[in-house]
Design a protein around this ligand. Structure first.
Ligand SMILES: [Zn+2]
Length: 171
């Protein structure tokens, strides 16, 4: 993915179908940490390459960092978010500010591993199963347009489901 936020769409869908099992913020943080790699490499070398953090061991390590210490940062961010909301907004947009370790772990691992599945379709230098397999035989498993449609559709489906659940809870 050229733009990290596209990765958040599948996270929104997973959060909507399993709200108590998945931390969306940990999902998003794991994705952000993984994409620091091509961003920093671009800044320092001019080439947005995908290296260790776009492999299963590297992405899993990024996920663990999103759990600890990331979970603490995610919970702080949720408390900050809640404080910005008026009481009327909070009824719709307020969220549970605590994240337990299991929710963070599930969210972060799903975020990291889905990141590899999506990125390996787009970037030939992503090596998801390194060191066992040093190449990317899955490059192009889905077209770039297909990836964008998939991620956007997942985000919209997640938002629709989340809105419907809020309506049901309020009625
Ligand atoms: Zn990436």
């Amino acid at each position: 993915m050229p733009i990290t936020p596209f990765h958040f769409g599948p996270g929104a869908f997973l959060k909507a179908i399993a709200p108590r099992q998945v931390s969306w913020t940990a999902f998003a943080l794991a994705n952000g940490l993984i994409d620091l790699e091509p961003i920093l490499l671009f800044l320092f070398t001019g080439e947005p390459a995908h290296r260790f953090f776009h492999t299963l061991p590297g992405a899993t390590l990024a996920a663990l960092a999103a759990v600890w210490p990331g979970r603490i940062a995610c919970a702080s961010w949720l408390r900050f978010w809640n404080r910005q909301l008026s009481p009327a907004q909070a009824r719709w947009l307020g969220c549970e500010p605590s994240i337990n370790t299991r929710q963070a772990l599930v969210g972060a691992l799903l975020g990291a591993w889905s990141h590899l599945i999506l990125d390996m379709a787009m970037h030939v230098d992503v090596r998801p199963l390194w060191p066992a397999i040093g190449t990317n035989p899955w490059h192009g498993w889905m077209s770039v347009d297909g990836l964008h449609v998939l991620c956007t559709a997942a985000a919209l489906a997640g938002l629709a489901l989340w809105g419907a659940l809020k309506l049901v809870k309020r009625s």
